[in-house]
Design a protein around this ligand. Sequence first.
Ligand code: GUN
Length: 282
Amino acid sequence: MSAQILSGREAADALLAKLKPEVKKLDPKLVIVQVGDHPASASYIKQKLKSCDAVGMRHEHMHLDAKISLDKLMQTIDKLNTDADVTGFIVQLPLPKHLEASVPQIIKAIDPKKDVDGFGAYNLGKTFLSVDFEHLPPATPAGVIELLSYYKIPIEGKHAVIVGRSNIVGKPLAVMLLNRGATITVCHSRTKDLTSITKQADILCAAVGKAKMITKDMVKPGAVIIDIGVSRDEEGLKGDVDFEAVQEIASAITPVPGGVGPMTVASLIRNCVRAKERQLSH
Ligand code: GUN
């Protein structure tokens, strides 16, 4: 048996096609704030801007000096918060070393109405409540949910195992799957006997950033595999899953690249549309 390939490119294109007329009607604008030149950020931002162009959404890329002070960055955020023409903005992570410890403070400064990354406490809190309150959910977990929905993979009643507990992927993904009736186990670096748990997963989501850490022996035959982690080596982009081996026993699997990545970008654009809709109605 060979697994069905869950193409994020196909599902993202379908979502972007649905969003295009809404973008035309609402005319939202996204600003991406980049500080410094982290190599991974450049390619993520390029993807985001490309998808904005694909749907005709206005965008601005603010590229700030790597040495910018926290004060100056906070002033920039204040300006974006009060600029009525800016629908939403994101501060691309990771930030340079001297700002790393201030990330919670920086995210807190973003107006929740414009927090299209969905990283702030207000939007995360709403995501926590129920599906109906998921107004601006974090883009990667939202992308995973949309991908499962596009391929009509049921969530309710399934055992979803998530490896990784970050605030922007693992934790909110657990909540969003729970909101849809899955039974959830979240594993992390301190989890004992990881394989005994991953082997129970109907849906296995890996969000660690360690190449090929999910091997065939860790997967239940017929499981759905969602590979969210990305790492880079000299050969290029790598997922967390040993794709070649695992696809032999999984029922469905996402590739890297071309899986969750494009879904994250499409979900960000959907959040911009939703943010604008809400701003116009208040
Ligand atoms: N760095 C990696 N992924 C993301 C994302 O979705 N948003 C932001 N702001 N930074 C990131």
